[in-house]
Design a protein around this ligand. Structure first.
Ligand SMILES: Cc1cc2nc3c(=O)[nH]c(=O)nc-3n(C[C@H](O)[C@H](O)[C@H](O)COP(=O)(O)OP(=O)(O)OC[C@H]3O[C@@H](n4cnc5c(N)ncnc54)[C@H](O)[C@@H]3O)c2cc1C
Ligand SMILES: Cc1cc2nc3c(=O)[nH]c(=O)nc-3n(C[C@H](O)[C@H](O)[C@H](O)COP(=O)(O)O)c2cc1C
Length: 598
């Protein structure tokens, strides 16, 4: 162990270092000092993209600004790697989350690359909302001297595919900005398309900057080890230490409390982060699929220059539990099945059919002959699933806990299951290994001041991050009031973490616990109804600075809760509906209203 003095010695400069620092900065102008302090701060945070520029520092007009709007980290990852590439090729890069970018300063930007995902139902991710709104508003300036390109991330199974990227492209174009290259819209397996776009756009930007002015003299900063070595592409193989069903025997749902041991990986996370989980498909489903296709498990195929058997590809490289709209079209063409062709011809119908049928069920509904390679090429690459972390490291140290609802449903008498949830909850045995990584989420964080009250609304598996919040607040002895709204179907079967939550009520960590069990009485009661019942108190908490959180089902719960909140604010604050919406928007902009919905 290092002594305190040794620690201090390592963190401070010695007399000689201090002397040379003073000598150097003594020659700086105030502006140069400001620049140097920013440079050193970025270096200490391990930024890999800060360019060390010399006196030939290019003028602002040759700086490449890269902005990302990202909810679950994909766009952020693409933007970071784009920035690294651009820097290594001699461009001066300014990489920022849209949330950290002052919208008005866009008029000072000359070359802009946007990487934006779409969230909600065609909505902008949280960190992109302000810029998105600004660019479509009357306040947006003319941007005739701006050159830009957009990479849009999305998912073809959503109605509003890549909507946010499309919006940015449209808004910038309307403001007079010129495209460096056309927008590219990416599906869930975005890696190849993103890499191709990045390469093209960097080469075009270099041409532009080079054409306009002297090429910048830039030395790229090396990447430091500040970030965990384990990432989506390089996950950590962790051990499943506990998998426990936490719904009752007669529950309509199967929810598991999962504990994963991060061992000596050194992985750290914060309450509010999610765990990315890679999984293997069910061996029985793979066998069924190969048999329906009349192919052989050992048929050899090539994926990304790697030769492997069809069985291995279907087990760990390709999505077979989620069906894409593109696959429906591919199979309809191949089979020439009339019913499937009709479905494929209507985008909405195809989307719905894909959401309710796994790949094997599509094939069963319209048998056809296919080559192993063509079949593999028609499927999307497997993508990890995210789970909100249900623990605080202050409490569980090298463990990470999850609350996983098993996706299971009946299709024509056959039980079908979700890929990752059934892997975690059923196929993986305790002691077995699972590849994981942390997806940081700065858009879902406890108040930095432990005295600030928090209102948490998390029915079903939406309880997960609030278990982490409560553990964190208990361990850090935060004194702020905590109010939890939890709900599910029945008290006896579905009260997740009942003993823990009741214990928190007893200890006083939870100031209020409001429960809504929808099926315990004739009339359905949901969390939004409990919120309405407590209107006056909810508004009073907000007025005294409470932070407000929602986690769980996006399609219905989050919307109904938001409507209830607007009604509560309007009624209690004597505001119009519009003013109440603005109140909630202001809370969101102040990072006091955060959502983790899926
Ligand atoms: C940020 C974030 C946090 C999350 N946190 C959690 C969490 O804490 N806990 C949790 O449980 N989940 C959480 N999720 C959801 C999780 O990531 C997975 O989406 C979920 O577990 C399903 O994945 P799967 O691989 O099991 O199913 P998939 O293989 O992805 O899905 C199987 C397919 O089945 C279809 N399907 C589903 N139900 C039916 C039905 N009734 N009838 C017909 N078809 C159906 C679906 O359309 C889907 O295409 C979170 C998601 C995000 C984005
Ligand atoms: C809750 C949720 C809602 C989504 N809504 C849409 C959508 O409306 N349209 C779309 O094209 N993609 C949608 N997606 C897909 C994401 O845009 C896609 O997964 C993307 O890669 C995420 O990038 P990010 O991690 O940077 O946010 C949604 C994803 C989630 C989890």
């Amino acid at each position: 162990m290092l002594s305190e003095q040794q620690n201090l010695n390592q963190t401070m400069l010695n007399a000689e270092q201090l002397g040379s620092l003073k000598e150097v900065i003594g020659t700086y102008s105030p502006l140069q000092l400001a620049w140097a302090s920013g440079y050193l701060a970025a270096k200490s945070e391990g930024s890999s993209v800060v360019a060390l520029t010399t006196e030939n520092t290019p003028k602002a007009s040759s700086t490449l600004t890269i902005l990302y709007g990202s909810q679950t980290g994909n766009a952020k990852g693409v933007a970071k790697s784009l920035a690294d590439q651009a820097t290594s090729q001699g461009l001066t890069v300014d990489l920022k989350s849209m949330g950290e970018f002052k919208p008005k300063s866009i008029k000072n930007v000359s070359h802009l690359l946007i990487v934006a995902s779409t969230n909600g139902e065609g909505e902008a991710p949280d960190d992109a909302i302000t810029l998105h709104e600004f660019l479509s508003s009357k306040k947006a300036p003319k941007l005739e001297s701006l050159q830009y390109s957009v990479l849009a991330l999305g998912d073809t199974s959503y109605e509003f595919f890549c909507q946010t990227g499309k919006d940015f492209d449209e808004y910038l174009s309307k403001l007079g900005a010129k495209q460096i290259a056309p927008r590219v819209d990416c599906d869930v397996d975005y890696e190849d398309a993103a890499a191709a776009w990045s390469e093209e756009i960097i080469s075009k930007t270099i041409d532009l900057v080079g054409n306009n002015e002297e090429k910048s003299n830039v030395v790229a900063m090396p990447t430091t080890g500040a970030v965990s070595q384990y990432t989506k592409q390089n996950p950590y193989s962790a051990e499943l230490s506990l998998s426990q069903k936490i719904t009752g025997r007669d529950s309509g749902k199967d929810v598991r409390h999962i504990e994963i041991d991060l061992g000596d990986s050194g992985i750290t996370y914060q309450a509010g982060d999610a765990l990315g989980v890679w999984f293997e498909n069910d061996a029985e489903l793979v066998v069924e699929l190969i048999s329906e296709l009349n192919l052989l498990a050992n048929d050899e195929i090539t994926l990304a220059n790697e030769k492997l058997s069809l069985k291995n590809a279907l087990t760990s490289k390709l999505e077979i539990t989620q069906t894409s709209v593109n696959f429906i079209s591919f199979w309809a063409e191949l089979s020439q099945d009339k019913a499937l062709l009709k479905i494929a011809a209507d985008k909405n119908e195809a989307r719905e059919f894909a959401a309710n049928h796994q790949v094997v069920d599509v094939i069963k509904s319209a048998p056809a002959k296919v080559e192993a390679q063509d079949f593999a090429d028609s499927l999307r690459k497997i993508t990890p699933r995210l789970y909100s972390i249900a623990s605080s490291q202050l409490e569980v140290e090298e463990e990470v806990h999850l609350t996983v609802g098993l996706v299971e449903y009946d299709l024509d008498g056959q039980v079908r299951a979700g890929g990752a949830s059934s892997f975690l909850g059923k196929r993986l045995e305790e002691g077995g290994n699972v590849k994981v990584f942390i997806e940081h989420n700065d858009n879902f964080r406890l108040p930095s001041d432990g005295n600030t009250p928090a209102i948490m609304i998390g029915p079903g598996t939406g309880i997960a991050p609030f278990r982490a919040f409560l553990q964190e607040r208990e361990a850090s002895e935060a004194e702020g009031d905590n109010w939890l709204f939890f709900g599910d179907q029945t008290f006896t079967q579905d009260f997740l973490y009942q003993l823990e939550l009741q214990g928190y009520m007893k200890s006083g960590l939870l100031t209020n616990l409001d429960l809504a069990f929808s099926r315990d009485q004739a009339q359905k009661i949901y969390v939004q109804d409990r919120l309405r019942e407590k209107s006056a108190d909810v508004y009073a908490w907000l007025e005294r600075g409470a932070h407000l959180y929602i986690c769980g089902d996006m399609s219905r719960m989050a919307k109904d809760v938001e409507t209830a909140l607007i009604d509560i604010i309007a009624e209690q604050g004597k505001k119009t509906n519009e003013q109440a919406q603005q109140y909630l928007k202001d809370l969101r902009n102040a990072k006091r209203y955060q959502k983790d919905v899926y």
